[in-house]
Design a protein around this ligand. Structure first.
Ligand SMILES: [Zn+2]
Length: 63
C-alpha cells in the first residue's frame, strides 16, 4: 500500500514540482519570487491590454 501523504503541484511560473506542505492553502509556486513574477506579469499584461484598447480608440477603427 502506497501512501501519498506528500503531494506536489507544478509551479505556475516555471513548472517545477512544488511539494505541498501540510497546510490548507496549496502552494502554487516553488519560490516567493516566482509568485511575485507571475503576479507582476499578469498585472503588466492587463495594463498592456488596456493601453492597446486606448490606442485603438484614439486611432479609430479602419473602415
Ligand atoms: Zn517556480
Amino acid at each position: 500500500m502506497t501512501e501519498h501523504s506528500e503531494s506536489s503541484l507544478p509551479c505556475e511560473w516555471c513548472g517545477t514540482a512544488v511539494s505541498q506542505a501540510a497546510t490548507r492553502t496549496p502552494r502554487r509556486y516553488c519560490k516567493q519570487s516566482h509568485r511575485q513574477r507571475a503576479y507582476e506579469s499578469r498585472r503588466t499584461q492587463r495594463r498592456m491590454q488596456g493601453a492597446a484598447e486606448v490606442a485603438l480608440q484614439a486611432v479609430g477603427w479602419p473602415r
